[in-house]
Design a binder for this molecule. Structure first.
Ligand code: CA
Ligand code: CA
Length: 82
């Protein structure tokens, strides 16, 4: 009886890990110069296909940089891949 319970528990843990893995595979934009926002070059390092036009669209406040909020919004709207 006890053995079965233990096996169920580890199966549950494996299932949790399997759920967590795709989240970890998300595209991470690297803030290479550490200024807290993402430049076109930094965005293109993560998204090689990102055009200047799309970058400008993602830049909601048009300051020439993508903030973490703008990046999250772009992902949420499906404008760029997760
Ligand atoms: Ca930066
Ligand atoms: Ca911006």
């Amino acid at each position: 009886m006890e053995k079965t319970k233990k096996m169920r528990k580890s199966a549950f843990v494996v299932a949790l890990l399997a759920l967590a893995l795709p989240a970890m595979a998300q595209t991470m934009v690297d803030d290479a110069d550490g200024d807290g926002v993402y430049s076109l070059a930094e965005m293109q390092a993560a998204y090689p296909d990102l055009s200047e036009e799309l970058f400008a669209e993602l830049d909601a406040d048009a300051d020439g940089m993508i903030s973490a909020e703008e990046l999250a919004a772009a992902k949420q709207d499906g404008m760029i891949a997760e």
